[in-house]
Design a protein around this ligand. Structure first.
Ligand code: SAM
Length: 331
């Protein structure tokens, strides 16, 4: 796959000062992407054990795939401190300060094998990192799954990222199975739920909600989106990523989501990863994933994978390193 050239990729070089300064290219493959995509893939793998089609929705899709050798990745160094350290688990070519174990956690091995499949010529370092749209498509398109005909709906507002995403999905040659809109993902989601019944009469959906939280109102919008989605389609699987930062809205979001899941009588899972403060003392060091209606296998998968992720990503970083997985059953 050709990864589109990116323009206007400096942080803060925005079209709109508030809405559009976030560019995922600076963060692709960092620790937050690792917990997010690990959780997403383990969830999707479980849902795909059943042979009935899924509606997959990514409300905040980004550009779809990112270069790890361009200025954005080099400037931030986030992928080098994230996915590049995990790559060493596969190759056993340990980075200088890391004594990491092999990825014997199945979910971690699966995630890394999938990233490796986008980097087949990358023996001396992975060159690209697939975002959530291309990761989900990769699973839909696997030969054993392709005949099921899952559908993927993507939303992305940033003009440059939306254009890059459109170009990347055109290369997939997936026709109407994968579509995108340059539209607000919170609004777009409403029109998609409940999913239409399939020929077999089943309705199944997985929704990833992954905003950049540049705007404080995103926290409330996420909670409102989950509340609304549970009313429209209570059995959908909903995954929310959020940053763990000293801000009341960020602390409050997982608590609010837990309350919403419990009020709807739905099972939930809450996973967090804190890789410790960076030597520079700046940058995001922790984030979480909240899942409504998680597969029953997800807790065990993350309980095994996250300590290994932390072992690799926390090396050489400072205070606060921890991971957690908490889950609650349907009420
Ligand atoms: N989900 C992607 C992944 O895991 O690869 C990363 C998404 S990034 C964290 C968030 C994206 O949401 C940014 O590209 C941003 O431009 C976009 N965005 C911000 N507000 C939006 C909105 N209301 N609707 C759709 N996209 C939005």
């Amino acid at each position: 796959m050709t990864v589109s050239a990116r323009q206007n990729s400096e942080p803060g070089h925005g079209y709109d000062a508030i809405m559009f300064s976030y560019r995922h290219a600076f963060h692709a493959g960092n620790h937050a992407d690792v917990i997010k995509h690990l959780t997403l893939l383990a969830t999707l793998r479980h849902l795909m054990r059943k042979d009935s089609p899924l509606l997959l929705v990514d409300t905040h899709a980004g550009a779809g795939i990112y270069r790890l050798d361009d200025d954005a990745a080099h400037t931030s160094g986030e992928a080098a401190a994230g996915i590049a350290r995990l790559q060493s688990l596969l190759t056993n070519a340990k980075p200088p300060s890391t004594s990491a174990p092999n990825p014997n956690a199945k979910a971690l091995a699966d995630y890394l094998a999938l990233i490796a499949s986008f980097n087949r010529d990358g023996r001396d370092g992975w060159r690209v990192y697939p975002g959530s749209p291309l990761l989900m498509h990769a699973l839909m398109a696997e030969p054993a799954r392709a005949p099921v005909h899952d559908r993927l709906k993507l939303f992305e507002l940033h003009p440059t990222d939306a254009q890059a995403l459109q170009a990347h999905i055109e290369q997939l040659d997936a026709g109407r199975q994968v579509t995108m809109a340059r539209q607000d993902g919170f609004d777009g989601l409403k029109a998609l739920l409940p999913p239409p019944p399939t020929a077999g009469g089943s309705r199944r959906a997985l929704v990833l909600i992954d905003p950049s939280y540049e705007i404080k109102s995103d926290y409330a919008k996420v909670a409102a989106a989950i509340q609304d989605a549970l009313k429209r389609f209570a059995t959908g699987v909903y995954l929310v990523w959020y940053p763990i930062i000293p801000r009341p809205e960020a602390h409050g979001l997982p608590r609010r989501l837990k309350t919403l899941a419990q009020q709807a009588g739905r099972a939930w899972l809450h996973a967090t990863l804190n890789v410790g403060t960076a030597p520079s003392g700046t940058g995001l060091s922790a984030s979480g994933m909240f899942v409504v209606n998680p597969p029953h296998t997800l807790k065990a998968a993350l309980d095994t994978a996250l300590p290994q992720v932390l072992h690799a990503l926390g090396d050489g970083r400072g205070r606060g390193q921890t991971w957690s997985v908490e889950a609650g059953g349907a009420g």
